[in-house]
Write a protein of this length. Structure first.
Length: 275
């Protein structure tokens, strides 16, 4: 009689990453950035401790000033004013720029008339429109919002248009053969394929929006993070000056990370690049 062969049970069929391995991967990802930041802070402390604090403060004094600004409530209040202009201007730019870019990219008849105007306005520095916008809107929130939108909407339009134009024509032809309507092709092929380009335009718009927001506050008001930096700079309070500057950097990095997340989230269907 034949005997059945016994085998050892399989203990691991799928390699499921454990929490330890995930933590290790996270540490490997952030370690270079943390090392760079530590080196910058160390060099800053070394240089700042050897020169007049009016010209450059040290990280220790900056931390003390930052804590005082937060405790007094001044920094949170001014941060809210800057965020209101920055976020509203960026949202308006996205709400207007994405549909316009998709339309310009999809329909050649529209693009033929719009492309010159878009590229012309994109090449104009926002700060060059500063006097005109003051005449039109006065020194108000509408003035700052309009100039932030002017600075940041055109990168969104141009990148969304480029995303539509990058769609493989063969995909659209196959969809047409199978009876897909224009609305279906637009929502299921054109828009998903354009998301990485839109995310890239969003990240460009972030930089232009935050720079314009802070510059306008520096030039026109004593409020907001830019106005706060202008005040501390005029009083030679270098340690306090870095508090709002750090907040500006954190806001920019957070918004930029959001753009990275959107790009990765909606680009999973794309093949991974060959390395």
């Amino acid at each position: 009689m034949a005997t059945l062969e016994t085998r050892e049970p399989l203990t691991e069929l799928v390699d499921v990453p454990s929490s330890t391995s995930r933590a290790r991967r996270w540490w490997r990802a952030v370690y270079p950035s943390l090392l760079t930041l530590a080196a910058i802070l160390g060099l800053w402390q070394l240089i700042g401790s050897r020169i007049n604090p009016i010209f450059l403060s040290t990280p220790v004094r900056v931390a003390e000033g930052f804590r005082a600004e937060v405790s007094s409530g001044q920094l949170p209040a001014e941060t809210w004013l800057t965020l209101k202009t920055f976020v509203l201007g960026l949202l308006i730019s996205l709400a207007a720029g994405i549909p316009l870019g998709l339309l310009f990219g999809r329909y050649q008849a529209i693009r033929r008339y719009s492309e010159v105007a878009v590229r012309m306005f994109y090449s104009v520095p926002a700060i060059a429109m500063f006097p005109l916008f003051i005449l039109w809107f006065g020194v108000t929130l509408n003035f700052r919002l309009s100039l932030v939108v002017f600075a940041s909407v055109f990168p969104v339009i141009i990148n969304a248009q480029a995303g539509v134009q990058s769609v493989d024509a063969l995909l659209l032809e196959v969809a047409t053969v199978f009876g897909a309507k224009e609305r279906e092709m637009f929502s299921k092929i054109v828009v998903p394929a354009s998301v990485p380009f839109i995310a890239a335009g969003f990240k460009i718009a972030i930089g232009r929006a935050i720079v314009t927001t802070v510059t306008l506050e520096l030039l026109t008001t004593t409020h907001g993070l830019g106005g706060l930096m202008g005040f501390y700079g005029s009083q030679f309070q270098t340690a306090d000056y870095f508090g709002p500057l750090i907040v500006v950097i954190v806001i920019s990095l957070a918004a930029y990370s959001l753009g990275d997340w959107v790009e990765k989230r909606f680009s999973r269907w794309r093949p991974a690049p060959i390395t």
